[in-house]
Structures are given as C-alpha cells and as structure tokens.
Design a protein. Structure first.
Length: 69
C-alpha cells in the first residue's frame, strides 16, 4: 500500500505529465511531414500529375536523341 507522501508524489507526477505539451508539437510536425510526403508522392507519380508530364517530356527528348549504340 502506498503512503500518503508516495501517493502525493505519484499524483503530482501524473498531473505534470498531463499538463506537458512539449511532445504535442513534435507529433504535429510529424503529421504535417507525413501528409506532405503523401501529397508529393501523389503529385510526382508516373501515372498522374507532374510525374506523368515529366515522363512524357523525357520520353519525347529521348526519342529525338540519336542512338549511340
């Protein structure tokens, strides 16, 4: 069984932990970075968006270059 002092120390520690918001900022930045990664992958995929345009552009350029083999 916990003594009164041990109980007060434990409750104080739990209260400090619940008030602490430092970790929340890191989690928010992690979520933002993850969402940005998803958007970039979607934008630069070879089947849609910028990725498709780049693939077509480089294919057209490669088709106009003489073969050296």
């Amino acid at each position: 069984m916990l003594t009164l002092l041990e109980r007060e120390i434990m409750l104080g520690s739990i209260a400090r932990f619940l008030r602490d918001e430092e970790g929340a900022t890191a989690i928010e930045y992690g979520i933002i970075a993850g969402l940005m990664a998803i958007v970039l992958v979607a934008a630069f995929s070879k089947t849609t968006g910028i990725g498709l345009a780049l693939t077509n552009m480089f294919a057209a350029i490669a088709g106009k270059l003489p073969s050296t083999l």
